[in-house]
Ligand binder design. Structure first.
Ligand code: ACO
Length: 511
């Protein structure tokens, strides 16, 4: 009988940290190719593997994930086939994924289903970013051309909006402006002042930086002390409160990673030794609603549902998971995930295998390809262990999680709960007021900075009847900006809001 059990048989990672010259300025797809070559070689097969790859899924680049965005240095018209060309593959299916940091785990889940169903036998998942090179090249006026034309089939899953017009009009656009809304809601729910929360987040992320410092694939392998992270400084400047530069995912990275998956039968056919086999035991996928419609911005219902489903389906509590990588674009992503699965975030057990997006590097949508590569490598050397990946896309918008082990699962690899999305969709949503007038209270907020200057106050508020509004400070209202930059607690504070043009304007002046 055919054995179509899906397994991960190899991974590769690559980082570029050298001084940039015109000769070594790799395009993202070159970096992905370096990682893929490492993966193909490390599978230890008795035959070259590239020709056996029937599917390549390429994680959508960060710039392509912004509607209308395009790399100023150019790009391939068919990125997965550009990668295929570089590694000598010619897959039947070339997929360019959709936006979101959940994508690597979601592709592992999709490949596992297809391999188990006999629809594919060997697939490569790869992604890379060269935003660091791009930023430096543009600054130095280095003339680089990354454009490329490749013929062939392409399943382009497209780039989709992560926000509504109402949200765009009120600054719900960049992750650095949206996650602070979750972070502040969370800290207020836990009764923490901004200072107390910064101490907590600095402690949490200092430990991540220690892991990054000893990871050879980190972009920023430097230990950042709790004191450094806690202090606002020239190097650790305000981005949007409560975040400073080193509390957020770093996008100036040049990193790539690749994962090779196949069926057990295919691994046997190609002579890939059993010591390379890592099994996906269980997985879950679920997507959240628009940020403004989530009733409680301090929690992630999609994390709660997906994590509990996946742990429940393998009959384990989080304490029985030996190694994990919790998505860490901002502290709240870690705190909300820990809270969702009942894990104490002050635990000494590492919450990351890479060092996390601020220190290892925020390799765009492909960060978790690196996390899965590091986790599966670790599981190969500790075959008794169980590992967990949490991958997060958008604004805590999409969750994909997986439990892995080098031990074969007692129950074949399965979707932990195929009804998860329906369960989530049945949950209540917040009622919105688009044209807000009157006095309400602050539910959460952030203050956005540009080169040290506070430029935009963003508020999510509620009227006494429970209806929610989004609002921004007026550019001229220096008094409200100063209030938001102060020490006093703002959550729960009364504000006046009025509608002007397509925007709700908020003010701390109630007269
Ligand atoms: C699901 C998810 O994954 S969500 C996460 C998605 N990812 C993100 O949102 C990425 C967020 N991260 C970023 O945008 C970037 O990594 C940043 C902004 C944090 C850092 O970017 P970098 O390119 O490293 O910026 P850098 O710190 O070098 O600053 C750029 C310039 O601005 C200057 N600058 C920035 N702020 C200040 C300031 N407050 N005062 C003075 N100068 C400043 C810097 O000195 C530097 O100047 P230079 O170019 O002359 O040297």
């Amino acid at each position: 009988m055919a054995n179509t059990t899906p397994i991960l048989v190899a991974s590769g990672q690559y980082v570029f940290r050298d001084v940039l010259t015109a000769d070594n300025a790799l395009a993202p797809v070159d970096i992905a190719a370096e990682a893929a070559k490492v993966a193909l070689a490390s599978a230890q097969a008795n035959t070259p593997l590239a020709a056996h790859i029937d599917t390549i899924a390429y994680i959508r680049g960060f710039i392509d994930s912004i509607p209308g965005g395009a790399c100023p240095l150019g790009a391939s018209n068919n990125v997965p086939r550009s990668l295929a060309k570089r590694i000598g593959a010619d897959p039947q299916n070339a997929i360019y994924g959709r936006e979101g940091g959940h994508s690597p785990q979601r592709f592992v889940n999709e490949f596992a289903e297809k391999i188990a169903a006999g629809e594919m036998t060997m697939g490569l998942i790869a992604g890379a970013e060269a935003t660091g090179i791009m930023k430096q090249a543009l600054k130095a006026g280095l003339a680089l051309d990354w454009s490329e034309q490749v013929d062939g089939q392409l399943d382009d899953r497209g780039c989709h909006l992560l926000f509504t017009d109402y949200e765009i009009n009120h600054g719900i656009t960049f992750p650095t402006q949206v996650y602070p809304l979750f972070e502040n809601a969370w800290r207020a729910r836990h009764g923490l002042s901004e200072a107390a929360h910064r101490t907590l987040a600095s402690k949490l992320f200092a430990k991540f930086s220690e892991v990054a410092a000893s990871n050879p694939y980190s972009q920023f392998p430097t230990v950042r002390s709790e004191a450094f992270l806690n202090e606002v400084s020239k190097e650790n400047y305000w981005v949007a409160r409560p975040y400073t530069k080193w509390m957020v995912a770093q996008d100036a990275v040049n990193q790539g990673a690749a994962l090779l998956m196949c069926s057990v039968d295919k691994a046997i056919e190609l002579g890939i030794p059993e010591s390379q086999w890592v099994y996906l035991h269980s997985y879950a996928d679920v997507d959240d609603r628009w940020v403004s419609e989530r009733p409680d911005l301090a929690v992630s219902e999609t994390m709660r549902l997906s994590l509990n489903a996946v742990l429940g389906s393998v009959g384990k509590s989080i304490d029985q998971i030996d190694i994990m990588d919790i998505y860490s674009c901002f502290p709240i992503a870690v705190l909300a995930a820990c809270e969702a699965m009942g894990l104490d975030w002050t635990t000494d057990k590492p919450l990351t295998v890479t060092g996390g997006l601020p220190f290892f590097g925020g390799a765009g949508n492909s960060y978790s390809t690196h996390a899965i590569a590091s986790l599966t490598d670790a599981l190969r050397s500790k075959p008794q262990d169980y590992g967990l990946i949490t991958a997060n896309g958008g604004f805590l918008s999409k969750q994909s999680v997986g439990v892995y082990s080098a031990q074969a699962p007692a129950k074949p690899c399965h979707n932990a709960d195929p009804n998860l999305q329906a369960k989530f969709n049945a949950l209540p949503r917040a009622e919105l007021v688009e044209q807000a007038e009157g006095v309400g209270s602050i539910e959460t907020y952030t203050l956005v900075y540009n080169r040290g200057v506070a430029t935009l106050g963003m508020v999510v508020g509620r009227f006494d009847d429970g209806r929610r509004f989004l609002a921004n400070t007026d550019a001229e209202d220096e008094s409200s900006l100063a209030t938001m930059a102060g020490e006093a607690e703002l959550i729960g504070r009364k504000v006046r809001v009025h509608h002007k043009a397509n925007k709700n304007i908020v003010s701390f002046n109630l007269d």
